[in-house]
Design a protein around this ligand. Sequence first.
Ligand SMILES: *Cc1c(COP(=O)(O)O)cnc(C)c1O
Length: 360
Amino acid sequence: MTIYNFSAGPAVLPKAVLEKAQSELLDYKGSGMSVMELSHRSSWFEDIIADAESLLRDLMAIPDNYKVLFLQGGASLQFTMVPLNLAQGKKALYVNTGSWSKKAISAAKALDNVEVEVIAACENDNFNYIPELPKEIDQSAAYVHITTNNTIEGTAFQTIPDCGDVPIVADMSSNILANDYKVEDFGVIYAGAQKNIGPAGLTVVIIREDLIGDAKIASPMLDYKIQADNNSLYNTPPTFAIYMAKLVFEWVKEQDGVAGITKQDQEKAGRLYDAIDQSDLFQSPVVKEARSITNIPFVTGDAELDKKFNAEALAAGFENLKGHRSVGGMRASLYNAFPAAGVDALIDFMEKFEQENGGK
Ligand SMILES: *Cc1c(COP(=O)(O)O)cnc(C)c1O
């Protein structure tokens, strides 16, 4: 049975990347060692991290005045590092578009010398759309934080708001390398790797140099300046995850880069949304204008029927389709590496289920 993995993260990786890693697993480039066994100070690893950075710079057209950091702690640690480095003694503005935004907001609020203000939110409507930002953004604020793609709710910013001179900080964990956003529209971009970049354990941070400041930070590991000054090698980085990310970046390049991938993702998502829209049984809980192309929740409107669908889907080889515990229903995460054939198989399965279970 073919298994299709719809996991929201850690998520499916390109098969070609896994095969390449397998072929190099025991002996990396004649070193007689596995990447996992290489010193992070060795020239082999220095090349790996340098290649990973330059590939990502090419793919995202990252301007020279931005640093690329390979850190640990997940996107969740960035919820703290961002306000700690950028907003001590200042005001930080947040847009609350879902569960991950809420966690970012509460992490910032936990710092007693950061003033947090939520300037737009859509929680009252179950986060099923992306709210407009106010016309006037307080220009004295340290940043405006947004979550470009709401992994759990299935919404995404289709365009990046204009906040004047206030830098936008973006949690891009679930749609990095799957959109046509421009890096220069952001002050900081961060993403846990385990959705679109590689295995868990690595966090990518792209930060404009002028935002790496002189904030007083008690813990060196949490200081962007120390991480940047040491080229992400202040301590032992997640070496194998960085190697895997490098292989994924090479794979993205082979898919005609981010533009090619985005096109593939739009086609995959478009087919699934069409199937949902044409169905009498399945619905999307999200407003059309805000739909994510990487995380697609859908429901029947009947919790028992959702449960039946999930059980039968799992038995048919569709892994991790169950919706997030906070939302219920189903969620298909169609990240970059998710094969188009899996989308077609899911659509066939949904049609069959609908025939067997009536249009309600
Ligand atoms: C998965 C996810 C996170 C959490 O990432 P960790 O690496 O587990 O900390 C944060 N934000 C978004 C948008 C996510 O999708």
